[in-house]
Design a protein around this ligand. Structure first.
Ligand SMILES: Nc1nc2c(c(=O)[nH]1)N[C@H]1C(S)=C(S)[C@@H](COP(=O)(O)OP(=O)(O)OC[C@H]3O[C@@H](n4cnc5c(=O)[nH]c(N)nc54)[C@H](O)[C@@H]3O)O[C@H]1N2
Ligand SMILES: Nc1nc2c(c(=O)[nH]1)N[C@H]1C(S)=C(S)[C@@H](COP(=O)(O)OP(=O)(O)OC[C@H]3O[C@@H](n4cnc5c(=O)[nH]c(N)nc54)[C@H](O)[C@@H]3O)O[C@H]1N2
Ligand SMILES: [Mo]
Length: 771
């Protein structure tokens, strides 16, 4: 392991060099250069990286370093064939690292687990589909099966999947959203009547200020840095709140700007950078609003009139009085304690906000993966409502989505709690009554499998065993199923936690040409800005027995339900036919096939951006909540005599969720090792330890259970005292199943109470155990 502070700007030559290294590693260089030129272009595919959007600017490459990693990783020429599985028993594969598993290449053939030999073996597609149908048909109730979705699935795949699962008879739709932006959806639906962001990408060109909360775009949405760089250059204030000083939010050199690259120029991204404590953001906003109210009072006293937008408040909102009373009742002492920022800092941030006519607020996992996420996001909405920032050009709310089509999957009906309007349309269009009772989300699905209530798990992409909380229990849950099925591009840990029967079904990825009866097919996706556009693969490599996701879903559906309620196999001959059904069922998609022909795709619209509020009161709602009395459950201190730290789990620069591309977290200056704890130097000293020492990490939880991961190295880091950061998924075993956000049920992976002890495990065993 090496630790060396990164002094350069984000992007620049480092990003270019890394892009080249990953091209070489894909063992497919020439083809992948061609692929990268097709990324996010009209005639190409949607980047399987993040859900940031595209601007209209012509003649631009539209990929970033980490998008290039995603493309190269998928379009490798390496293959995991039946021979590979004949060579390695599952027990041995389970001992390998996540990096090793995915690095072996693309899954090429459908395989079935043989418990007698502990090997996966070849199976025909037809036999695989029959086996799934047999298991599903023999359940006592459709509610005994779980249908997971990860956010790479296209709209077409997601639509077919939800139609099949509803026709089969359940709403058990655990999905990656439950671990991601669920809180944003829940909060915004109540506040403004729609669970999506209100801004479009062009709004960033008009904003006077952009407030960025709890996200690390330099790594996770690098194309957003280019947007922020342009805004910074024309003088917009970029005000960042992040527990860590993330390099990408400090300085950025655009690798696509020859002038910047050659002169070594860089743009300062954040004009102001605040480092609140983990989970302290609701207090941050509360403090800003408290300061703004004081400014409002003095403006009125001086005869200058109110600083708030009372025309907007009057016409469009309700609940102001109760909210102001709540702010009034909040003491500064609680605000500064929870935020970790001083009153002066928060007054200063409030001043920056006040003097900006048009403000966008963005956020990601630093806000959504906490206990109080829903209330925090509603507090963000409250602030925007005071100034009428919704429906104003250059202003609004912007939850920055993760997976490239996670937002689209929800739009298509991957939702364990469908609305009655949605159910009625399904019934009217397809002539069957869909199930009404709410199904399982991710945490509920794990509990149902653990309790033996659910017996079949089907995963449309993703890595359920590693991405979810409480890894030990989740693996136990999967292992107790009668059947587990994973539809996937690459081998991962979930495939190695086998049920009594297990299948791995290899699918095409975004980059692959998808050839069906009527010719090459394209699919569609929706970005963070509600833009829907087409994506067509360009790679014609040896895809052996791989099938497209829609074709696999059609195969399962046909084997299970026959031609009910649609002719599945006819639909997949030409995806326009699937889109005709989407057009009939999903609001905003009328004439979908025609609309897709316009370059850049089409905009779904956003009611809140039009100042139409689909809330109970038909108004935007100020939601008044007290600050939490304690950020962590009060009784935790009694559980341990050792100092309790708060751990957040983040992504390194060299991973995509559970996909590990490499071991270089370049901007944080940590390389060669993932089992690290970033910790304040004063905390290391207080523990009587030194940087580089190995510790075991134990989490404290209300159930009294102790969950431990072993052998993490201490790295001295610029982080608030008492807070620690580590990578996911290595730390997922620490999160208790019941440790979830209020109203969102999202696992709390950004505030895990932990204690540290000198490591009891020797070096050799650390390298052997994947977690
Ligand atoms: N290359 C790459 N791109 C990706 C992904 C990937 O793994 N790799 N994942 C995709 C997915 S699914 C998602 S959801 C997004 C995730 O995108 P991010 O949300 O950027 O991902 P995280 O790594 O979880 O980073 C969380 C950030 O919030 C900060 N933070 C944590 N807690 C707090 C807090 O309490 N307050 C404040 N103010 N800050 C806090 C952390 O310091 C960190 O900078 O990225 C997507 N894009
Ligand atoms: N501790 C902690 N846990 C977290 C988080 C955190 O910040 N901290 N973040 C959470 C978040 S935001 C998310 S979104 C989840 C992510 O959870 P998931 O979406 O379940 O996980 P991924 O790692 O993105 O899934 C990777 C796998 O997807 C498969 N795959 C890749 N491309 C395709 C494709 O095109 N089709 C199909 N069928 N399969 C494909 C590959 O086999 C690959 O191994 O993790 C969550 N878990
Ligand atoms: Mo995510």
């Amino acid at each position: 392991m090496t630790v060396k502070k990164y002094k350069g700007s984000a992007g620049g030559w480092g990003a270019l060099a890394s892009t080249t290294r990953h091209l070489v590693k894909s063992e497919n260089i020439t083809r992948n250069i061609r692929n990268l030129l097709k990324t996010n272009q009209d005639q190409g595919f949607d980047c399987p990286g993040c859900a940031w959007g595209e601007t209209e600017e012509p003649g631009h490459f539209r990929f970033c370093e980490n998008g290039a990693k995603a493309v190269n990783w998928e379009a490798t020429s390496r293959r995991v064939t039946p021979d590979f599985f004949a060579r390695y028993p599952v027990g041995w594969l389970r001992q390998q690292s996540d990096y090793f598993l995915e690095y072996q290449g693309r899954l090429s053939h459908p395989v079935r687990y043989n418990p007698q030999t502990d090997h996966y073996e070849s199976i025909s597609w037809d036999d695989a589909f029959s086996l799934i149908a047999k298991h599903l048909q023999s359940l006592d109730s459709p509610n005994q099966a779980e249908f997971y979705t990860s956010g790479r699935a296209s709209n077409e795949a997601a639509f077919l999947y939800q139609l099949f699962v509803r026709a089969f008879g359940t709403n058990n739709f655990p999905d990656c959203s439950n671990m991601c932006h669920e809180a944003s959806g829940v909060a915004l639906k109540q506040s403004i009547g729609i669970g999506k962001g209100t801004v479009r990408i062009d709004d960033f060109e008009k904003a006077d200020a952009i407030f960025v909360f709890g996200q690390n775009p330099g790594t996770n949405h690098p194309r957003m840095l280019d947007t922020l760089r342009k805004a910074a250059r024309r003088g917009a204030a970029i005000v960042t709140f992040n527990t860590l000083k993330e390099r990408g939010l400090e300085r950025f050199t655009n690798p696509q700007s020859p002038a910047e690259m050659l002169t070594g120029g860089a743009t300062t991204i954040s004009s102001h950078y605040f480092t609140p404590k983990l989970g302290g953001d609701m207090a941050v906003i509360r403090g800003m609003v408290k300061a703004l109210i004081a400014m409002d009072h003095s403006a009125i006293e001086q005869g200058k009139g109110s600083i708030f937008d009372h025309d907007f408040i009057q016409a469009h909102t309700q609940g102001l009085e109760a909210y102001l009373a709540e702010v009034d009742a909040t003491d500064w002492s609680l605000i500064t304690e929870q935020s970790g920022l001083s009153q002066q800092d928060l007054e200063y941030a409030a001043t920056l906000y006040r003097h900006s006519e048009r403000v966008i607020i963005t956020w990601a996992m630093g806000i959504t993966q906490h206990k109080h996420s829903v209330n925090t996001i509603q507090e963000i909405a409250n602030l925007q409502l005071l100034f009428g920032q919704l429906g104003k050009p250059g202003a609004g709310l912007c939850p920055v989505r993760g997976h490239s089509n996670v937002q689209g999957d929800r739009t298509m009906g991957i939702n364990e709690k469908p609305t009655s309007a949605f159910n009625q349309t399904i019934e009217a269009t397809f002539g069957f009554t869909p199930p009404v009772p709410h199904g399982h989300n991710t945490v509920q699905a794990i509990k149902a499998m653990l309790a033996g209530e659910s017996k079949v798990f089907i995963g449309l992409g993703g890595n359920f065993a590693s991405a979810t909380p409480d890894t030990r229990l989740t693996q136990q849950a999967l292992a107790s199923c009668d059947l587990t099925v994973n539809i996937a591009t690459k081998l991962n840990r979930s495939h190695l936690i086998t049920g009594k029967d297990s299948l791995i079904l290899p699918c095409l990825g975004r980059t692959d040409v998808d050839l069906q009866r009527s010719g090459p097919q394209s699919v569609t996706v929706e970005d963070s800005f509600s833009m829907v556009h087409a994506s067509g693969g360009v790679v014609e490599s040896d895809t052996a027995e791989m099938r497209s996701e829609p074709a696999i879903i059609a195969g399962i559906a046909n084997a299970t339900l026959g031609n009910h309620p649609v002719d599945w196999n006819w639909l997949i001959e030409d995806y326009d036919r699937i889109r005709d059904l989407i057009a009939k069922t999903i609001p905003g998609f009328t004439d979908m096939n025609q609309k897709l022909k316009q370059p850049g795709g089409f905009y779904l619209g956003n009611s809140a951006a039009e100042r139409i509020w689909h809330t109970d009161s038909q108004k935007a709602a100020f939601r008044a909540h007290p600050l939490p009395t304690h950020l962590l459950p009060a009784n935790l201190r009694e559980l341990s005599d050792d100092p309790v730290f708060v751990l957040q789990t983040v992504r390194s620069h060299d991973q995509y969720n559970t996909t590990i591309y490499g071991f270089e977290d370049r901007y944080r200056g940590i390389s060669g090792e993932r089992k690290v704890l970033m910790i304040n130097p004063t905390d290391i000293e207080a523990l009587g330890m030194a940087p580089g020492d190995r510790v075991d990490v134990t989490s404290l939880s209300a159930d009294g259970e102790k969950r431990t991961v072993y052998g993490f190295k201490l790295v001295s880091y610029d982080i608030p005292a008492g807070n620690i950061a580590a990578y996911f998924p290595e730390t997922n075993p620490l999160v208790a199943l019941d440790s979830v956000g209020d109203l969102s049920d999202t696992p709390i992976s950004k505030a895990i109470p932990i204690v540290l002890s000198p490591s009891q495990i020797d070096e050799e065993r650390i390298d052997l155990s994947p977690y």
